[in-house]
Ligand binder design. Sequence first.
Ligand SMILES: [Zn+2]
Ligand SMILES: [Zn+2]
Length: 343
Amino acid sequence: MASKKKSTFVKPNAREITTAVALIDDKSQFMEFLRKCSDVSAEVSAQNSLFPPIATPGRHDWLTSFPTPPESFQSWERKIRNHVNSRMKTIYILPLGEFTRDKSSGSELGVRFLGDLEAYTSSFFTGMVVKMMKEVPVAELKCKSRQHMVDDKVVREQLMVSGIFAYMKSVKPRDAYCVVAVTMMDLYPNDEWNFVFGQASLQQGIGVFSFARYHPNFFERDKSVAIDTLHQLTPDDYQMLRWRAIKVLTHEIGHMFGLRHCVYFTCLLNGSNHAEESDRKLTFLCPVCLRKIQHAIKFDFLARYEGLVKFFQERLISAHNKNDKFLLCKEWLDRAISLAVQL
Ligand SMILES: [Zn+2]
Ligand SMILES: [Zn+2]
């Protein structure tokens, strides 16, 4: 999917990281936390593993294909599209397709899945209002679609992004900071491309993201195995789909706040070229990206971490699997909170 470029990625140095975090000498707990976490000098980083520095990219990794330049706090602040304010502080999530309409037992799972996406987005972007819009069946979009060969023998229906955008513009509420559509249908941007995971227009504050290729049956040749509903998933597969979906959604909404792909630390906003690279990431924002999002929304960072702990504990950690990735996230949050309260 990615085209190769000649330049190679160079890791930002300590000074560039400091510039990017843009610490203010206000002695607040948040600034102290960022100072501690973004200090990459040897002795500090040895005891601080909350935010590992970015790893040297492998041959097929995102940064090898797209060696993104670092973006400091100041350059981000200059270019952001619009600021969150009391008249425009709602993130709308628009489900496209059949998440909840399936007449079988799947509808219950679909409702839970969308409920988790909404609640997680709300904790992740603490301070924003998050609303789930009414699900729209694909036929109502009236957008262009095609039957596309996605593998040697597997043909899937794909929706063209421009038609989805036209629909989204027509239903975008006035108080929307952004509208993000989610779907289990595969997407394509134009006839030349095989597919896209998603696409966004920052100018218009709209984006659409597909979870289709995160479905374990996407490349299944048996036509009776549906991928547009969730009811055929095993509990483990469902857990994996949820894990990928919450990360994709919050990563993409991060872009709607003007964040480029992160090149400073291991971070939710790192770009990913393939599924393994995206599965490697945890769900957290590094000090550089956290600083920007906090500046945009002005949340209390500790309250946000505590809200996320509660969310992982109550909704995502499954009783049957004590080693799952959500448990790792909860443990990470506990460590971050205990570091912050010592400051
Ligand atoms: Zn991205
Ligand atoms: Zn980052």
